[in-house]
Design a binder for this molecule. Structure first.
Ligand SMILES: [Ca+2]
Ligand SMILES: [Ca+2]
Length: 161
C-alpha cells in the first residue's frame, strides 16, 4: 500500500508539470529480543557436605534501557521430600558484566515459597544487546543431616526495562 501511494504521488507531479512535494515516509524496525538461556544443570550431589556449583547463561536483550533480572526460588531452598518447607538453604549469586546480586534462601532452614531477588542491569544495556555470558554461583549453607531427596526450581527471568 505504501509503495502504491508514492508512485501515485510521482505520477501526479509529472502530469501537473509544476512544483510538487511528495512526502516520503522512511522507517525501519529492529525486533525486540530479550532472552536468557542455559544448557547447564545445577546438581549439588551429596548434601552432607557444603557444595558449590556454577552454571553459565547466554543473555541477549536489545532494549536501550537494559533489563531487570530476577532469581525466583520455588521452594526457597532445597526442600526435603519428607518435610514440607524444611530446606537446605543456598545462596545463588548471579553475575553479568562484573555486576552481581544474590538470592539468599533457607534462612533458619525454612523455605519461603517463591523467594525472589531482582537486579536492574540498565548499566549493562550495551553488553546485553551484543549478547553476553552470565554466571550463577550457588553454594549450600549447611550440611544436611536427614536422609531424603531435596529439590528446588530456580527461575532466572529477564524483563526488558
Ligand atoms: Ca525500554
Ligand atoms: Ca515449599
Amino acid at each position: 500500500m505504501k509503495k502504491l501511494a508514492i508512485s501515485t504521488a510521482i505520477m501526479t507531479a509529472m502530469i501537473a508539470g509544476n512544483a510538487f512535494a511528495a512526502q516520503v515516509k522512511l522507517d525501519g524496525e529492529v525486533a525486540s529480543t530479550c532472552e536468557i538461556s542455559t544448557q547447564d544443570v545445577l546438581a549439588f550431589g551429596d548434601l552432607t557436605q557444603i557444595q558449590t556449583q556454577t552454571i553459565e547463561f547466554d543473555v541477549l536483550c536489545n532494549d536501550y534501557d537494559g533489563a531487570t533480572i530476577s532469581l525466583i526460588s520455588t521452594e526457597g531452598g532445597l526442600e526435603s521430600s519428607d518435610v514440607e518447607d524444611k530446606v537446605i538453604g543456598y545462596d545463588a549469586t548471579f553475575t553479568l558484566g562484573g555486576e552481581d546480586f544474590t538470592l539468599t534462601t533457607g534462612v533458619a532452614s525454612y523455605g519461603q515459597n517463591d523467594k525472589t531477588e531482582s537486579h536492574d542491569y540498565s548499566s549493562k544495556a550495551s553488553l546485553m544487546a551484543s549478547g553476553v555470558k552470565a554466571s550463577l554461583l550457588a553454594v549450600t549453607k549447611e550440611k544436611a543431616k536427614w536422609a531424603g531427596y531435596y529439590q528446588d526450581q530456580l527461575t532466572v527471568q529477564i524483563t526488558a526495562n
